[in-house]
Design a protein around this ligand. Structure first.
Ligand code: ADP
Ligand code: ZN
Length: 217
């Protein structure tokens, strides 16, 4: 089963992807994580996209389509969670072609619904571990030792370069202008499932699991 997690920045896509990895052994394909890795490893691609990401704008469709294409080619019988992809109608078309080429199909698109006011609060309190990618929230999910990752000894937590007020504003605009049309696209395709994401993590993941059990049945 392959699924898409759809929702604005801060809606909980990464958190719910982690829950699905743990509970169902699915494999997360996050274009945001792939692009951040490219930056850290200092590749040509990383240099190209750095400024765009920090400004909160979308990188070009060609770049992310190619990243996803590479992963799908190695996919085998993994079950994928697409997280942060697709983000434009052109990417959604590319995903549909890629899945077809590999004999796969989308079983569900889970839209995480949340009030934009809440997003700003979540993102301004978000810190993550540069080493393992674990995400914390200073208010609702603080690390055991202030400022340090629970899982990586002596690793300091950091704020993402694009988690600032200005860039967040651009990311939200990009979402509503370019990504939200996918809601209609996937509704028409009959795969859209909407989940209230303004609840505790376990309630949200419980509902997502129930939806996936139903689509698998
Ligand atoms: P968030 O969902 O919190 O905004 P992501 O980690 O998914 O963050 O993405 C961070 C940045 O990476 C985006 O603001 C954008 O610049 C770039 N990016 C990630 N995925 C895509 C995509 N599918 N298309 C274009 N740009 C992307
Ligand atoms: Zn860590």
């Amino acid at each position: 089963m392959d699924i898409v997690l759809l929702g604005p920045p801060g809606s909980g896509k990464g958190t719910q992807a982690n829950a699905l990895i743990e509970s169902r052994g699915m494999v997360q394909l996050s274009t945001g994580d792939m692009l951040r890795e490219a930056r850290i490893s200092g590749t040509e691609l990383g240099r190209q996209v750095a400024a765009i990401m920090d400004a909160g704008e979308l990188v070009t469709d060609d770049i992310v389509n190619a990243l996803i294409g590479q992963k799908l080619a190695l996919g085998g019988d993994s079950e994928f969670i697409f997280d942060g992809f697709p983000r434009t109608l052109a990417q959604a078309d590319a995903l549909s072609d890629l899945l077809e080429q590999h004999g796969r199909r989308l079983d569900a698109v889970i839209e995480l619904l949340i009030d934009p006011e809440e997003l700003v609060a979540r993102i301004s309190n978000r810190v993550s571990c540069p080493n393992c990618g674990a995400v914390y929230n200073l208010h609702t999910m603080p690390p055991a030792r202030e400022g340090y990752c629970d899982d990586c000894p002596d690793q300091k937590l950091a704020k993402r370069g694009d988690d600032n007020a200005e860039s967040l504003n651009t990311r939200l605009l990009e979402y509503y202008r370019k990504t939200s049309p996918l809601i209609g696209y996937y509704h028409k395709a009959g795969v859209l499932r909407r989940v209230d994401s303004d609840r505790d993590i376990d309630s949200v993941s419980g509902e997502i699991s129930a939806i996936l059990d139903k689509s698998a049945a």
